[in-house]
Design a protein around this ligand. Structure first.
Ligand SMILES: NC(=O)c1ccc[n+]([C@@H]2O[C@H](COP(=O)([O-])OP(=O)(O)OC[C@H]3O[C@@H](n4cnc5c(N)ncnc54)[C@H](OP(=O)(O)O)[C@@H]3O)[C@@H](O)[C@H]2O)c1
Length: 265
């Protein structure tokens, strides 16, 4: 299993904005790009990848299958790869379990594994799965074959039950919205810790998540934020600082689309 600890998220980045963000990120040293069919930016990311001097083999590309495409899973993945200009995704995820899609989860997981068997993805994983759904995925794919569960996770929403269960099932957590869309940036505890390190609050939150063993994929449209966020990979927090951040959990979930979400743990 091989999943970089740090990457670029691209939700809400479209057109030239996403081309510029991916281009700048690769220039700064980002090597993981996270996209999805739903983000409508795979073709633009493909353009940025093609124009980059960073070789394809050095870049890790994740994309995700949207529930509308569950009934045409494999063809939709081939379309994604074509837009991205690649033969194989490094990681392919089911974006949401979407219980109301009418498609049994076992079938969707079967299609995901087909993609891996056909060489369309080197690794596969899931996103927004609850504990029972992670167990079902591992039972079907085999232990060690579900690379990640990409879930909302930030200092204000630490998602501990899912993170603990994922660990015991050999699944790495990818934290999305680690910055809780900016709502953590004025937190006094995080500001204090950041001040002690001469760092930004964003760097502290990202370093905290990576130190817990999670992958992070912050997005930004700003070159300065893109560059600054990457420096989180060089920040080491003390046990005391980690404990102070652990105490900030307030169960503040921000993303909960009713037709797509599972029964959360
Ligand atoms: N699997 C899923 O269902 C799912 C759901 C949501 C997100 N995701 C993934 O997770 C990624 C991250 O989530 P997100 O982009 O929604 O939220 P996020 O990373 O928590 O926050 C992004 C926001 O924070 C700002 N920001 C970034 N760096 C900053 C910094 N250093 N200082 C101040 N502000 C900063 C950005 O604004 P600026 O542009 O102004 O920097 C942007 O508005 C997404 O791009 C996507 O790839 C996945």
């Amino acid at each position: 299993m091989n999943l970089p600890a740090f990457g670029l998220g691209t939700f809400r980045l479209e057109g030239q904005v996403v081309v510029d963000a991916v281009t700048a990120a690769l220039e700064f040293g980002y090597r993981l790009i996270d996209t999805a069919q739903f983000y409508s930016n795979e073709a633009e990311i493909g353009r940025a990848l093609a124009a980059s001097s960073v070789p394809r083999r050095d870049i890790f590309i994740t994309t995700k299958v949207w529930p509308d495409n569950f009934s045409r899973f494999v063809p939709s993945v081939k379309e994604s790869l074509s837009k991205l200009g690649i033969d194989t995704a490094d990681l392919l995820l089911i974006h949401w379990p979407a219980p109301s899609s009418g498609m049994p989860l076992a079938e969707t997981l079967g299609a995901l594994l087909d993609c891996k068997n056909q060489g369309l993805a080197s690794q596969v994983g899931v996103s927004n799965f609850n504990i029972a759904q992670m167990q079902e995925a591992v039972a079907l794919a085999g232990l060690g074959n579900i690379a990640t569960n990409q879930v909302e996770l930030s200092p204000y929403f630490q998602n501990l039950k899912v993170a603990t269960a994922a660990k015991s099932q050999g699944i790495r957590i990818t934290s999305y919205m680690t910055l809780a869309r900016g709502t953590i940036l004025e937190d006094p505890v995080l500001l204090d810790i950041a001040g002690r390190h001469g760092a930004t609050v964003a760097q502290v939150a990202l370093a905290w998540a990576m130190q817990l063993g999670y992958t992070v994929i912050p997005s930004s449209t700003q070159r300065s934020n893109l560059q600054g966020n990457l420096l989180a990979t060089q920040l080491r927090l003390s046990d005391d600082e980690m404990a102070r951040i652990a105490a900030l959990d307030r169960d503040q979930r921000m993303i909960n689309p009713p037709a797509l979400a599972p029964e959360w743990d």
